[in-house]
Design a protein around this ligand. Structure first.
Ligand code: PHE
Length: 284
């Protein structure tokens, strides 16, 4: 019986082979025009937000930071309590957070700082991460602000990490991002999870019309928030603050993308209109 099956299969095979070879002759002769131009392959384009994110990630990867990604739906503890922002802390009002209905402890993260506590509770120092991602805030949508946008968080924790290390790292970033001669300044600020806290500005000058407009005539453009990780945050995450110190920073992406590409309205970034996207076809 097996032999019979084998024979039938062989016959069928020879039959099909002959048929195929037959059509092949036909095909070669009639259909294949080797001088015809190739079919063009349409190339895609990256979203301007992805371009900015990739650029920033590249800059920090070159000095040993690795990418950490975390959830957008977060618990109250990782987002606020661990980050030294307990319930009733006035700083909770700094961001208008979306909470999940019927789940009072769940929220859409309003900043990527929640990745700090996620990483610090699961990894031991030295920690050197960069965390890009989407964040959500209950804000009125306008040309300048949206209820969803992107941030990149940076975190460096090890023995003996100092404010000077932070300043030098951020200066390196600013020069890679905005050009070799860029100068920065750190202005005192407040965040519950860093102490001391600062905001970093880069100097753009006022010599051309665009820099004048972007910096409102001051020459300085605000780029990011940063500071030394508050010892209380380290402790909350199970890291000994007597042994370890660290710094952290958070960079908003959309604003830089708008400035960089002269896009006038943040809403364009979320409409995915191909006419906008196509203009970034050659960018990487
Ligand atoms: N999470 C802060 C914000 O969204 C930015 C920040 C990150 C500040 C890390 C200090 C350290 O505004």
């Amino acid at each position: 019986m097996i032999n019979k099956v084998k024979q039938t299969a062989e016959e069928k095979y020879e039959q099909l082979k002959a048929a195929l070879e037959g059509t092949n002759d036909q095909f070669d002769a009639d259909l294949l025009d080797t001088s015809a131009p190739g079919e063009p392959i349409p190339s895609g384009a990256r979203h301007p937000v992805s371009i900015m994110l990739n650029k920033i990630i590249g800059i920090f990867e070159r000095i040993g930071f690795t990418v950490a990604e975390e959830r957008e739906v977060e618990t109250d503890w990782y987002n606020f309590t661990a980050m030294n922002t307990p319930e009733d802390h006035p700083a909770r009002d700094m961001q208008d957070t979306f909470y999940v209905r019927n789940a009072p402890n769940m929220l859409l993260r309003p900043h990527t700082s929640s990745v700090q506590s996620r990483v610090m509770t699961t990894q031991k120092p030295p920690i050197r991460i960069i965390a890009p991602g989407r964040v959500y805030r209950n804000e009125t949508i306008s040309a300048r602000s949206h209820c969803q946008f992107h941030q990149v968080e940076g975190l460096y924790v090890d023995e003996g990490v100092s404010f000077a290390d932070m300043k030098q790292t951020l200066l390196y970033f600013a020069r890679e991002m905005y050009g070799r001669d860029t100068n920065i300044r750190l202005r005192p600020s407040y965040f519950p999870f860093t102490e001391p806290s600062a905001e970093m500005d880069v100097y753009m000058g006022t010599s051309d019309e665009k820099s004048y407009r972007l910096t409102k005539g001051t020459g300085w453009l605000e780029v990011l928030g940063c500071g030394m990780v508050d010892p209380k945050v380290l402790e909350n995450c199970g890291i000994n603050p007597k042994k370890y110190t660290g710094f952290a920073f958070g960079i908003g992406i959309e604003r830089s993308a708008l400035q960089n590409y002269d896009i006038s309205d943040i809403r364009y970034l979320f409409e995915n209109d191909v006419r906008l996207m196509r203009q970034f076809g050659s960018a990487i």
